[in-house]
Design a protein around this ligand. Sequence first.
Ligand code: KIV
Ligand code: NA
Length: 274
Amino acid sequence: KNRVTPVTLQKMKGKTPIVALTAYEKPMAELIDPHVDMIIVGDSVGMVVYGQDSTLGVTLEMMINHGLAVTRGAAHACVIIDMPFGSYQESPQQAFRHASQVLIRTGAQAVKLEGGAEMLATTRFLTQRGIPVMPHIGLMPQHVNQLGGFKTQARDATAIEALVRLAKDFEQAGAFSILIEGTSELAARTVTAEVSIPVIGIGASPACDGQVLVTEDILGLFSDYTPKFAKRYIDLGPLITHACAEYAREVRTAEFPTTEHCFGLSQTTKITAD
Ligand code: KIV
Ligand code: NA
């Protein structure tokens, strides 16, 4: 089978754009799998599926369950699972214990974790022990309580230099790829040019080696919070509303179900007791 692996993705840098989308369950994973190189099981599941107002309420069990659902639907794409808040920040050992559980129980290929320089040792620890790591830099939604909202990162020269330094350090620490979110365009472009591992952007730059968006955002299935970078390719919400309204009307007018939708003998057969 032509399974995309972290190694495949590394070979794509500078040659072909890497396409990524998120998924949280098997049916969606099956639909997007033929079209993408990478499926990220994001902790955005907390906001998109569970209606939480940040990603902080997502647990390791939630990520494992959604990760397992996605790997069941993805035959081709490289599946990467977000490490949720609190499951990896304590120590490299804690991160390895939980990341190994994620890979063992889901069959995914890699994990993604948010962080700055404090995550370099953990990235090295995991990669040296067989777990491919994708650091998530720039805007880190798990830091929302300190950021005071989702704000663009790395806007001035000093901050851009620091982010480039960080990206290079993650490459040195063994990261197979980097996800960069919500920075100035210049920051994402510079990071992409300065490292030799693939950089996947969201709200970042067209110059990134690949792009990712939240699938529900491109389909019009999530509207609680729509960032500027979330381009909507179809608006499925009204189609679903229409289908549900039709079904409800047909049940109420006894148009559905008809005998075609029922099992067994036709209504013309008479059953008489004794
Ligand atoms: O949680 C998420 O959906 C993400 C995306 C940026 C991939 O981290
Ligand atoms: Na995430």
